[in-house]
Write a protein that binds this ligand. Structure first.
Ligand code: SAM
Length: 197
């Protein structure tokens, strides 16, 4: 991954395009903002940090869990070969897809469902980005990560989580490194928190 290219691409994206109503006014602030349904778009500096940790390459096949507004999806799709994105709230997915279609992306596959289980059909993935807080490291995601792959995922209780970088060696061994402490909305589902909807 070329860091200068990533920075240039990241700052070329208009975050307000991924927001609705008066929230657009606050798009330039480095803070999470509501996107409806009790969910948030993450602060831009964290999105950039997580993308740098993930290190997508031009030919990477990337699984993203938690499409949300589609902002992170746009960054991944612009920096990698193909993105498979999973969101549990159908209305959020529809809105995100509408925006990403308008931007002209043709390398994104969308699925509504429990992303804590990954997306078995297209596994393995070179990169996995999880943008909601898992209760534990989801073993299905670990299994769907390719040898030599990288996964970035917040793991821990709802109030604060470890941002983990999980790498899988060519032999299939896992290395897990805690990079920082973060606060994300809950990942619901089997490896997440109870779904109250
Ligand atoms: N990356 C998004 C963006 O750029 O707008 C922000 C993601 S938001 C912090 C977390 C998202 O994860 C929410 O849209 C939420 O509905 C979704 N989510 C939570 N649990 C999920 C699950 N089990 N499967 C798929 N999506 C999930």
């Amino acid at each position: 991954m070329n860091l200068q290219e990533l920075d240039a691409y990241f700052y070329s994206l208009d975050r307000s395009f991924f927001l609705e109503g008066e929230m657009r006014t606050y798009a330039a602030l480095d803070t999470p903002l509501p996107i409806g349904f009790g969910q948030t778009i993450s602060q831009p500096s964290l999105v950039l940090e997580m993308t740098k940790l993930l290190r997508p390459e031009r030919d990477s096949r990337v699984l993203e869990i938690g499409t949300g507004s589609g902002f992170q999806t746009a960054i991944l799709a612009g920096m990698s070969g193909k993105v498979y994105t999973v969101e549990r709230i159908a209305e959020l997915m529809e809105r995100a897809k509408g925006r990403l279609d308008l931007l002209g992306f043709t390398n994104i596959c969308y699925k509504v469902g429990d992303g804590s289980l990954g997306w078995e059909e297209f596994a393995p993935y070179d990169r996995i980005m999880v943008t909601a807080a898992a209760r534990v490291l989801p073993e299905d995601l670990v299994r769907q990560l390719a040898a030599g792959g990288r996964m970035v995922i917040p793991v821990g209780p709802p109030d604060v989580q470890e941002l983990q970088l999980v790498t899988k060696t060519a032999d299939g061994d896992l290395q897990i490194k805690t990079v920082s402490m973060v606060r994300f909305v809950e990942l619901k589902g089997q490896y997440g928190w109870e779904d109250d909807q």
